[in-house]
Design a protein around this ligand. Structure first.
Ligand code: BT5
Length: 255
């Protein structure tokens, strides 16, 4: 805990040597009333989750697999912003430690065109009331090439592989928690999360690129014009129509 100087975030840290998923564990704790700001960390996840039911490779001691329990009083429509706050907190920590992190909207952190971190934000809400929001962050800190299967090697990597040296996981997670508190407070203050969005825009790998957008099982080609102050991806479809995307799956063409 020596790297955590934040007040509320990480005031309590629940640590597991092994856990199915820190998001699932966080939800169970939150259902029992666990308070805002608690962080759940697992040294390994036996059933790490990606989005849309996909799985997340989470070998023991090599990564940083963790989740926050948040109880914000915001419109459930705003939960995508929590993902941006988390992404910005990771990128800022990378900057502080000299890692060249880029952001692939909405939830991936990239080094040299390979994914080194993913974010999964889950929520429990009734009517227009949020009960809790759980952003889960998975960082491939010290994974080795052998930790990825043939298919994953093509698109995934670790900070250790890309930077050539092992990462101090405690320092990195501490910095992320501290940055998360600052950026989350700023989001609560302005209701938009402008500071986080700007960090994500500055480090975006998508702006100016040709991408493939997958929506409702359909694929279409577009050029990314901007990440606007509302955190939406502004794209121009082939043919010239401009649209703002609020969430979705985007892949860089030719990759
Ligand atoms: C994500 O999903 O990128 C969200 C990942 C969130 C993981 C954290 S770890 C702590 C917390 N607890 C959890 O159970 N989850 C969160 P998505 O964009 O759907 O990407 C998933 C896809 O990335 C998979 O289908 C694989 O192709 C690939 N993948 C799996 N493991 C990976 C890894 N360790 N690094 C990079 N890519 C991976």
């Amino acid at each position: 805990k020596k790297h955590v100087t934040a007040d509320v975030m990480g005031r309590k840290i629940v640590h597991f040597d092994s856990v199915d998923s820190t998001n699932t564990a966080a939800k169970e704790l939150a259902d029992k009333g666990e308070e805002h700001g608690t962080v759940i960390i697992g040294e390994e996840q036996t059933a790490g989750k990606g989005r849309l039911g996909r799985s997340w490779v989470s070998p023991k001691y090599k990564g940083i697999w963790f989740s926050f329990i948040l109880r914000p009083e915001i419109n459930p429509m705003l939960i995508a912003k929590v993902t941006q706050v988390a992404a910005a907190a990771v990128v800022k920590a990378g900057d502080e430690m000299g890692f060249d992190f880029k952001v692939k909207w909405p939830n991936d952190i990239i080094m040299n065109d390979k994914k080194v971190c993913g974010i999964l934000t889950e929520m429990s809400a009734e009517l227009n009331q949020i009960n809790y929001v759980i952003p889960g962050i998975g960082i491939n800190a010290n994974l080795d090439i052998e930790d990825f299967d043939k298919e994953l090697k093509e698109k995934a990597s670790s900070i250790k592989i890309e930077s050539g040296k092992a990462v101090d996981r405690k320092e990195l997670v501490g910095r992320i928690i501290n940055n998360f508190e600052e950026l989350y407070d700023s989001f609560m203050a302005d209701g938009k999360g402008i500071d986080s969005i700007r960090i994500c825009r500055d480090k975006s790998i998508l702006i100016g690129r040709e991408v493939r957008v997958i929506r409702g099982g359909q694929t279409a080609e577009a050029r990314v014009l901007d990440l606007n102050d509302d955190g939406e991806l502004v794209v121009e479809w082939e043919g010239g129509r401009i649209e703002k995307l609020f969430s979705g799956e985007v892949s860089v063409r030719g990759k």
